[in-house]
Design a protein around this ligand. Structure first.
Ligand code: ATP
Length: 134
């Protein structure tokens, strides 16, 4: 009997980040991590800033840093529409370090609440990218 597989597609408004058959994928749902094997029940969930862990059908496991979006599971297909997404090997660590420094500086200087909220999100994105690229 053929082994069961599922399709994973990760796209952003800008580009396709990944498309392929995977054994297992874990995504950062707003209410916690969601893991999908083939034939998972249909589901839609919002995503938070976090890391998608992919075990492809062929090749080594990898991570994708995402900064929120949505996941839909249907007919053994997992579709991720992310605000931004980068595979671990595509992450520019220096850029993320720089973004982290900028956000930390903004948080250290007393600014408006809006700036604080934005800086906190920028810091989360930067720390997430650094974690994914580890
Ligand atoms: P920065 O201040 O460095 O732009 P940011 O968190 O504000 O960071 P985003 O708005 O989340 O950046 O992303 C803008 C675009 O740049 C997206 O296409 C995202 O994939 C890409 N990107 C951001 N940071 C990195 C990084 N460190 N390595 C690779 N791509 C990145």
């Amino acid at each position: 009997m053929a082994e069961k597989t599922q399709r994973l597609e990760i796209v952003t408004p800008e580009r396709k980040v990944f498309s392929g058959d995977v054994r297992f994928v874990v995504v950062p749902g707003v209410e916690g991590e969601l893991g999908f094997l083939p034939e998972h029940a249909p589901l839609v969930s919002a995503l938070k800033i976090g890391i998608i862990r992919v075990q492809p059908e062929e090749g080594k496991p990898f991570k994708v840093a995402v900064s929120g979006g949505f996941v839909e599971v249907r007919n053994s297909k997992v579709s991720v529409l992310a605000n931004t997404a980068e595979r671990d090997d595509q992450i520019d660590r220096e850029r993320a370090e720089e973004a982290k420094r900028r956000a930390e500086q903004r948080l250290a200087s007393k600014t408006s609440e809006l700036d604080v909220a934005r800086a906190e999100l920028a810091l989360k994105r930067a720390l997430n990218r650094l974690k994914a690229a580890e």
